[in-house]
Design a protein around this ligand. Structure first.
Ligand SMILES: [Zn+2]
Length: 430
């Protein structure tokens, strides 16, 4: 298991200025300077490196994948051959963090930096490069900004970022929304490492897993911003059950759904079927989030930063809100004593989950995918790495979501809405 704290490349990588949360949300309005793994000086105008390049097309009428192909045949795919706005340029040392918000060039750098940072984090967890699922046709991912698109999606050779038009003629570009870019990169990781089903095309658990995995990629990568970790711990004193920032990720999702990682949803809610795979994803994401919190608690126990009585209280919390203030007081007390210890415990839990997910996803088969299979893969990984230290935590959290007890029903068609199974994301040539 490898650990990564975002500073591994310090001094050698390329600097970008990123908003951990979109600047139009209340919290985290200050951008943070981070380094991506591409060596300083290796990222060209665009930005562009050996894996991806960014462009801001002029007068691009249609998004890729769907709609009329201007070339007239098959799918509409990169590269964009028309005019583009002037690219973001590196400074004399090769960095992009000198760019200030408010220009298309800052947006381009932000989109690239977000995608590159997410890949960096997950390539550490996978302990090797993650190939693009479209690598046979395209060497690089095209990161495209398309303001007319009310969505963001990754597809065959492209990640296209649109945005949301607000009431007062405002526009919130998804290129500035780290969660959304990271979520789309998460889809690419799953396409590459798990693959697409070829036989079992109606398996809802595959699509629910896809959304869940993409959200988890965004969630875990967000925890690599030191400012996010600090804010979360300062706001909660490490009592993660009450914190809300982390679980509000993807709030401005393309589907305008609030996807809660700290949710209580269970599979029996979907026994008769599901309308949207984002909903079906929630029991799985919730189980993973609870595993993260439980492992964090184990780490705090080991470090003497949480007493067994506190753990007992937090276990009872869900059904008994009156314990909440007693528990919070205990967290406040302990956190004040040793904030660094809390930080280490959280980063270890983050890296535990990231590494376990990377190992487990590689064991899955897209055609046979089930939530139960995901749980079993995690148990296998845990057995191999810790001889089953966290087996009870994994089993209990999957059981609480009724994984293995209830199978979700079929997809219920929703008027005017398409799931990913028929979207531009999953279409491949031929
Ligand atoms: Zn998605």
């Amino acid at each position: 298991m490898s650990f990564y704290d975002g500073s591994d490349t310090e001094g050698t990588g390329t600097r970008f200025k990123l908003f951990p949360q979109p600047p139009f949300l209340e919290a985290f309005q200050e951008p943070e300077i981070i380094e991506v793994s591409s060596p300083a000086g290796s990222v060209g105008p665009g930005p562009e490196d050996d894996r991806m390049y960014t462009i801001f097309p002029v007068d691009k009428a249609e998004p890729y994948g769907i709609g009329a192909n201007p070339d007239g045949d098959g799918m509409y795919l990169p590269p964009w051959k028309g005019e583009i706005l002037p690219p973001a340029l590196p400074d004399a040392e090769g960095h992009f963090d000198y760019l200030e918000p408010g220009t298309p060039q800052f947006e381009a750098a932000h989109l690239f930096g977000s995608a590159r940072f997410t890949m960096d984090v997950w390539e550490i967890y996978f302990d090797r490069p993650i190939q693009w699922h479209f690598k046979d046709q395209f060497e690089k991912l095209e990161l495209t900004m398309l303001p007319s698109l009310d969505n963001a999606l990754i597809g065959w050779g492209f990640l296209e970022a649109g945005g949301t038009h607000t009431e007062n003629n405002g526009f919130h570009p998804y290129s500035l929304n780290f969660d959304i870019v990271a979520h789309e990169i998460g889809h690419a990781v799953v396409y590459s490492e798990v693959g697409l089903p070829v036989r079992n095309l109606d398996n809802g658990e595959y699509y629910g897993f896809h959304e869940s995995a993409a959200d988890l990629v965004a969630l875990i990568t967000t925890l690599h911003f030191p400012s996010v970790v600090e804010t979360i711990l300062n706001n909660t004193s490490g009592n993660l059950y009450t914190m809300n920032k982390l679980s509000r990720f993807a709030e401005l999702s393309p589907n305008k759904q609030i996807r809660l990682a700290a949710n209580n949803r269970v599979l029996s809610e979907f026994a008769d079927g599901y309308e949207d795979e984002h909903d079906l994803a929630q029991p799985l994401t919730g189980a993973m989030f609870d595993i993260l919190v439980d492992v964090f608690h184990e780490n705090l126990l080991d470090a003497g930063l949480m007493s067994p009585e506190m753990e007992d209280l937090s276990d009872k919390l869900e059904g008994n809100p009156q314990y909440s203030s007693i528990l919070q007081a205990a967290f406040d007390n302990n956190f004040a004593r040793n904030p660094e210890g809390f930080r280490d415990a959280l980063l270890q839990a983050r890296d535990y989950l990231g590494s376990y997910l990377a190992d487990a996803w590689q064991m899955l088969d897209a055609d046979m995918l089930s939530y139960l299979g995901v749980g079993r893969a995690l148990l296998d990984v845990d057995e191999e790495i810790t001889r089953g230290r966290y087996a009870k935590i994994i089993e209990n959290n999957f059981l609480m979501r009724e994984v293995g007890l209830v199978k979700p029903g079929p997809r219920i068609p929703k008027a005017g809405k398409e799931g990913h199974s028929a979207s531009a994301r999953t279409l491949v040539p031929e």
